[in-house]
Design a protein around this ligand. Structure first.
Ligand code: 13P
Length: 257
């Protein structure tokens, strides 16, 4: 299993001043967590600022969205090649806020996944069911369709350099977290789907949990067998909370930051 991974999704938050303060509080401390991968996904305009801050650090830059197209008349869109030029490694795809607010379909998310692979960046495929799905007992089928649609198009090799984030929609920004057992069940299901095609790729793939991860619940979530780290929204905007979450993901957390 590779080192655990924690990705901060700042969503549409921040300012030049706030970002600088947060990064100054985070970076030297995060760099001491040697057996942990960390990514930070700021809004597009702040990519150069955050990239500058990260240049002397082990932390990777990421983006929150990408166009499925390479170039052309797509007003307001940003291509994978552009994100690569600004030093991005991770690209979030199919976040539930985009699936819901922008009506992104599984097919569109798949096209973006392909664009990210083509630019040799790492897609972070976000999947997850709504509360209605869960209440109807459809969590497994919704998540498996979201994964399978991409798998059908890119094949299992497309997941050799990818990340999957399970983010139950009902847990995002609500303060309500999936129980460790609920998270583990879905993560194991995702890994099983991929292992049916290639066990080695399935075993080395990071499957992150996202949805109201905080300093208090991170440890128990990350201790689940198939939970390889987290995708963190609100708590990633607060230095101490994010550091605690990263510490919880790092194996052997017997030190102070
Ligand atoms: P919260 O951590 O604020 O619930 O957001 C989770 C998320 O959507 C990360 O992508």
């Amino acid at each position: 299993m590779p080192a655990p991974l924690v990705i901060a999704n700042w969503k549409m938050n921040g300012s030049l001043e706030k970002n600088a303060r947060l990064l100054n509080q985070l970076l030297t401390k995060l760099d001491t967590l040697e057996y942990l991968e960390v990514g930070i996904c700021p809004p597009f305009p702040y990519l150069p600022q955050v990239s500058d801050h990260l240049s002397q650090s082990r932390i990777n830059l990421g983006a929150q969205n990408v166009s499925a197209f390479e170039a052309g008349a797509y007003t307001g869109e940003v291509s994978a090649a552009m994100l690569r030029e600004f030093g991005c490694r991770y690209i979030l795809l199919g976040h539930s806020e985009r699936r819901l607010l922008c009506q992104e379909s599984n097919d569109q998310v798949t096209a973006k996944f392909e664009a990210v692979l083509k630019a040799e960046l790492t897609p972070v495929l976000c999947v997850g069911e709504t509360l209605e799905h869960r209440q109807r007992g459809e969590s497994e089928s919704v998540v498996s369709t979201q994964v399978q649609t991409v798998l059908d198009r890119v094949g299992i090799q497309g997941f050799a350099n990818a990340v999957i984030a399970y983010e139950p929609v009902w847990a995002i920004g609500t303060g309500e977290t999936a129980t460790p057992e609920q998270a583990q069940a879905v993560h194991a299901q995702i890994r099983r789907i991929l292992a049916g095609h290639d066990a080695a790729i399935a075993n080395q793939l990071h499957i992150l949990y996202g949805g109201s991860v905080n300093a208090a619940n991170a440890q128990t979530l990350f201790s689940q067998k198939d939970v390889d780290g987290g995708l963190v929204g609100g708590a990633s905007l607060e230095a101490n909370a994010f550091l605690e979450i990263c510490k919880a993901a790092h194996p052997g957390t017997h030190f102070d930051l």
